[in-house]
Design a protein around this ligand. Sequence first.
Ligand code: HEM
Length: 457
Amino acid sequence: MPVDLTNARPLAWDSATLDADTKEMLDNLQPNILRAHVREHLSLLFIRFNDISDGKRFLRTIATRHLKSARKHLEEVRAFGKDGRPGTPYVGIGISKAGYRDLGHSVEDLRRFGDRAFRDGMKRRIAEVNDPAVTEWEAAYQREIHAVVLIGDARPEPVAKLRKEILGQLPGTARVLGEETGAGMRNPAGDGIEHFGYVDGRSQPLFVADEVAKEPRKHWNPAFPLGNVLVADPFAPDANRHFGSYFVFRKLEQDVRAFKEIERDLADALGLTGADRDRAGAMLVGRFKDGTPITEKARAGGGPVGNDFTFDADTGDKCPFSGHIRKTNPRFDSIRNVLMARRGQTYGERADRPWDDAPPETRPSGGVGLLFMAFNSSLENQFEFTQRDWADNADFLNPGTGHDPVIGQGVRDIKVAFPKVWGRPEQSAPQAQVAQTVTMRGGEYFFMPSLAYLRGL
Ligand code: HEM
């Protein structure tokens, strides 16, 4: 039975009745696509090969020695849940269009990648998503990157060890053009946060039955078909059974000080007092810092961060139409195919505590941010569509409601209003949109091929 990419029934990956094709798919799929791999510590190596056979040998060696399959990962997660046995580190490989070309695939061959954005590469897509000119990107990303190797684990030591080993296997003809180090941050409740201090990574399309089973789903169904992230691997031995995923990487620097000033100024402008001042930032993000969706007023007594909500009953009097999570997932049925699997990680060190109420002056204004990463079945219709048609579009959802205040790019030249009181229709006087505090520093589009392809190189 061919692998069913369209069915939203969650994948019962360990079922005795699982068909042979899906089993083969799981044995050849890279981990971290269908289910997030732990990557509290993460190293990314951006590589350029200058010799075809050396490049192939390197990728084949890494794949054979260090890459586990999606199935092995799912088994490890289960074992960890049962008796706390830690799994093995994550190693992932992505290849850019330039990488495939220089590994010997002809331009004609590359057309077998259905995704136009991937075939162009990120540098040729800057106009699509209002990105800064390539000359403003960090030097490493201005170069032509062939491949990215990701190494992740819960602890730093295994990452350091593997990084050294992998670099040791790099042929003399290849170069590491750039390197990023991600390190997860958690708030006192133990939830993963990003640098503005908000819980992140909570809402995801889920594919695997074990994960879906844990989620309440009265309002929002988190189960998605495999087709949201998987496509046939065009160069694998058997494209019907060997799959891969398009991977977007973007280094997004965050000016935390400016964002905190904006939160303070917005609270002042709206006359918010006491605990209600937190609503200023929450209206920009769509969730409070502790992850509570702003469609709910407060999370009673802690507990897990909820995701079982929609905006159906909210006409913009709780979450503004521009709120980051409303822009990037307005939660109605016809947009479900746009949602990608986000696998980002924070980078940069800081001495302050992102979740507390320390004054803006004590916050970093650079050097920290998000290594935004996401798996897509179409970069054009998912990542780029989200950035351009939603985040950068002041009229998305409702005319004149503004850019996404967190990630929107482009000129923010219209005035916007905010609900003065939570859940009440009265709007503030129109005011300038908040300034842009997230800056793209470079990135690339990759394809994460099947293990069958990599091992056969
Ligand atoms: C530095 C940049 C960014 C920051 C600080 C940020 C922050 C956040 C936060 C705090 C959440 C809420 C947590 C959650 O629901 O999982 C979130 C959710 C989300 N973000 Fe971002 N984000 C950034 C970049 C991006 C980019 C570039 C995109 C896509 C173009 C994106 C798309 C999403 C999506 C799809 C969700 C989930 C919405 C939902 O399903 O409710 N984010 N982000």
